[in-house]
Write a protein that binds this ligand. Structure first.
Ligand SMILES: Cc1cc2nc3c(=O)[nH]c(=O)nc-3n(C[C@H](O)[C@H](O)[C@H](O)COP(=O)(O)O)c2cc1C
Length: 476
C-alpha cells in the first residue's frame, strides 16, 4: 500500500501526514433516491437512469476524480404498507421506476479499471447460492472490485413481493441474514482451494477434483449442497458493507462488515455509534481497524458563503415535502402515510421511532409535527459553504472517527462533478483525499489485502470442507 493510503481506522500522530478520507458516490438506479423533487431541475440527469450511458459517464467521472467506490442503494418495493398511497411514489419517481443495480455493475465493470462497485441486495430477494454465484461472477469481471451492502429489508410491500405476509420481525431478520451470509461464506471461502484450477491440457484436467468441495449446508432456512460453481474470484468474498443501526444491526455489522454506513446527526453522535460498533467488533474477535465507517452527507458548494446560501435556496425550492414524507414511511396502522400536520405525540408507527423522539426533543417552541421529521431528515446530513469551510467540517467528522464519506447527490452528474472540481482539490492540499489509486482489488486498496483477514468469521471455512469424500467425483 502506498503512503497515501494507510490502513483505515488507525489514528495518525499529529506531526505526520493526515490520513485521507475515503469517498463513495451514493447513488441508486432510479430517478429520485434521497433528495426528492430535485429531478425536476434542468440539470438533473438522473431522469435518464435507464440509459446505461448515464452510469458509464458517471463512473468515468468518478474514476477520474479518484472516488473509492460507486455505491448503489436498492429496495425491492415501496415504503409504507401495501395499502399506502403509492401514487406519491409514482408521481415523485421515488425509487420507482427503478432498475436492478447488480445487473448494471456488469456493464460498469468493463468500462472502469480502479473504482470499487458496490451493490445492495436484500437477504430475501434471492437465494444465497444464486446470489453468491452472481457476485463471484462480477468479482471476476471487475478484477476484484465488488462490494455487497447487506440489507435485511425495511418494507412490508417489498416483503410481499417475495411471498412474505409482511416485513419479518426485526430480530428474526438478522437471524435470517446470519444464515444467509454463512451460506455465502462457505461457498466463497471454503468450496474451492486456492490452487484448484490447474488448466492441465496434457493431463486432461481443468480443475483438481480433490480441491473442489461440496459445502453440505443444512440450516433453518437453507439447504445448499455445493460446490460453488465459480472458481475463486480475486477477492473471494466481496468487500462487505452494511448499515444496521439497532443493537442487533450493530452486532451483525460488528461481526461481518468491513464498511458501515451511518447517517449521524452530528460528529458526536457518529463518535458514539462508531465506538459502540468497534467495541462490539473487538468482542467478536476482530481488530478495531478491520471495520470502517462512512458518514452520508450532501454538499451545497459555493465560491462564497453567499453563493452557497443562494444555491441552497434553489435546492429548497425544488424539494418535495411529499417525497420526503413518503420516503420517511411514517404510516398509520392502516398503512396510510400520515398527513404532514399530524402532531408527533399522536403518532402510532413502528418506523423511525428513534428519530421522531429526537425531533420531538429538538423542537421546544411549538408542537412538533410529522412534517418536521421529513424536513429534519432532509436537512441534517447536508454541509453548506465554501470548499474550505466544507473541508473544515470534514475534518471534524474525521476527528470523530469517520473513515469516509458517502457523497449523497442532488443531481447526477453535477453534484459529483462539482465536488470533484471544487472540494477535492482543497482536501488534497490538506492530505484529506487521495490523488492516486493504490493498485489491486478494492479490498487491497482499502485494507491492504485481497482477502478477508483470519479474524473474520468467513475465514473459518477455509479448508473446512477439504475432506476427500466431499470432493467432486472425477468425471461428474
Ligand atoms: C446510509 C444508509 C444506506 C442504506 N441503504 C439501504 C438500501 O439501499 N436498501 C435497504 O433496504 N436499506 C438500506 N438502509 C437501511 C439499513 O439497511 C437498515 O435497515 C436501517 O439502517 C435500520 O437498521 P436496523 O435494521 O439495524 O434497525 C440504509 C441505511 C443507511 C443508514
Amino acid at each position: 500500500m502506498s503512503n497515501e493510503n494507510p490502513a483505515p481506522g488507525r489514528t495518525t500522530p499529529a506531526h505526520t501526514t493526515p490520513r485521507p478520507l475515503r469517498f463513495n458516490a451514493f447513488v441508486m438506479n432510479t430517478t429520485s433516491h434521497i433528495h426528492h423533487g430535485q429531478w425536476r431541475r434542468e440539470d438533473a440527469g438522473q431522469t435518464e437512469f435507464t440509459d446505461v450511458n448515464t452510469w458509464i459517464n458517471l463512473a468515468k467521472t468518478l474514476e477520474t476524480a479518484k472516488f473509492d467506490a460507486m455505491f448503489f442503494a436498492d429496495v425491492v418495493g415501496h415504503y409504507g404498507d401495501a395499502d399506502a398511497d403509492y401514487s406519491v411514489y409514482v408521481n415523485e419517481g421515488l425509487q420507482i421506476p427503478s432498475n436492478d443495480p447488480t445487473v448494471l455493475l456488469g456493464a460498469l465493470a468493463v468500462v472502469t479499471e480502479h473504482i470499487g462497485l458496490a451493490t445492495t441486495s436484500n437477504v430475501f430477494q434471492s437465494h444465497p447460492f444464486q446470489f453468491a454465484r452472481q457476485l463471484s461472477t462480477l468479482d471476476h469481471l471487475s478484477g476484484g472490485r465488488i462490494a455487497w451492502n447487506i440489507v435485511t429489508g425495511t418494507q412490508d410491500n417489498g416483503s410481499r413481493n417475495f411471498g412474505l405476509p409482511r416485513l419479518t420481525d426485526h430480530a428474526e431478520r438478522y437471524r435470517w441474514a446470519a444464515e444467509y451470509i454463512d451460506v455465502a461464506y462457505k461457498l466463497w471461502e471454503g468450496s474451492w482451494d486456492e490452487d484448484a484450477v490447474v488448466k492441465d491440457r496434457a493431463g486432461s484436467r481443468y480443475s483438481d477434483p480433490e480441491k473442489v468441495h461440496k459445502i453440505h449446508h443444512v440450516g433453518e432456512r437453507y439447504s445448499v449442497e455445493g460446490p460453488h460453481l465459480p472458481s475463486p474470484s480475486p477477492q473471494r468474498t466481496p468487500v462487505l458493507f452494511q448499515a444496521g443501526s439497532s443493537a442487533s444491526g450493530r452486532d451483525f455489522a460488528a461481526r461481518n462488515a468491513e464498511a458501515v454506513f451511518i447517517i449521524a446527526t452530528t460528529p458526536d453522535v457518529a463518535r458514539q455509534q462508531i465506538e459502540d460498533t468497534r467495541r462490539r467488533a473487538v468482542e467478536a474477535g476482530r481488530a478495531p481497524e478491520d471495520i470502517t465507517f462512512y458518514q452520508g452527507l450532501s454538499f451545497v458548494i459555493g465560491d462564497t458563503e453567499e453563493e452557497a446560501q443562494r444555491k441552497l435556496e434553489e435546492y429548497e425550492q425544488y424539494a418535495s415535502l411529499d417525497g420526503y414524507l413518503a420516503h420517511s414511511a411514517l404510516v398509520d396502522p392502516d398503512g396510510r402515510v400520515y398527513p404532514p400536520e399530524t402532531p408527533l405525540k399522536d403518532l402510532e408507527t413502528n418506523t423511525q421511532k428513534g428519530f421522531a423522539e429526537w425531533v420531538s426533543k429538538a423542537i421546544t417552541d411549538r408542537e412538533p409535527v410529522v412534517a418536521d421529521i421529513a424536513w429534519r431528515s432532509h436537512r441534517n446530513s447536508r454541509v453548506v459553504g465554501t470548499p474550505e469551510r466544507i473541508a473544515d467540517q470534514l475534518e471534524e467528522w474525521q476527528a470523530a472517527g469517520v473513515d469516509g464519506i458517502n457523497v449523497i447527490n442532488w443531481v447526477i452528474p453535477g453534484s459529483f462533478e462539482e465536488f470533484a472540481e471544487k472540494v477535492l482539490p482543497v482536501l488534497r492540499a490538506r492530505g484529506l483525499a487521495q490523488s492516486e489509486y493504490a493498485p489491486g482489488t478494492l479490498r487491497q486498496k482499502l485494507f491492504g489485502r485481497d482477502r478477508l483477514p483470519e479474524t473474520h468469521p468467513a475465514a473459518q471455512y477455509r479448508g473446512a470442507f477439504a475432506r476427500h469424500e466431499d470432493a467432486v467425483p472425477a468425471g461428474a
